[in-house]
Design a protein around this ligand. Sequence first.
Ligand code: DX5
Ligand code: ZN
Length: 218
Amino acid sequence: MVEISASILSMKNENAIQTLYNLETSGIDYFHIDVMDGKFVSNNTTNNMLEYCEYLNSISNLPLDIHLMVEDVKNYISSFLVFEPNIITVHFEAAKNKQELLEWINYIKQNNCRAGISIKPNTDIKQIIPYLPFIHLVLVMTVEPGQGGQKLLQSTIKKIEELHKYITENNIEVDIEADGGINENNVNQIKGAGVNIIVAGTSITSSKNFKEAVTKLK
Ligand code: DX5
Ligand code: ZN
């Protein structure tokens, strides 16, 4: 059974508390926190996401799955470690070289948090093969990072298949998470490609019944 990480990016601010409560009780496995700095991507969600994490820490026992789409990665890792998240994922494309990326990964792990690397749709899966022994999760973007409610890019599915084949053949323990444009119509294709965790935002938060939407995805 795949796990569901609900993205709160597209959540309407006016009824945020009610929405978070409805998500909490809908059967999701993680809250997916999309942190954007307005530089790595044009959207800026930093203050909103800090606020939501503060609130979630006070009302929820569900683990936080932090997705950093930022340039100043080290400082953002520090800012979100305070919420004791389960996972912090950084973007491969944000690192200027291999040792910087490994430094971020080690910093996350030294703070008792699982470490993930995310790759954009145009980044080849081969780029992250060298890092697999050091991370817990690969976040394969199935849309261009930056906003919710986009259409899933079919071309990214073979990347998931390629990664799944590689880690199976090489006996590597790493989770594969897919993120962006996933809904009940394409979820089986994504599952079939070999993911363990599915990020879903709009397909849950725009539904009338969150529990039903989550059950359908699972
Ligand atoms: C996009 C984010 C995704 C997005 C998912 O940059 O990383 O997590 O919010 O939302 P949906 O499911 O609406 O595409
Ligand atoms: Zn995300």
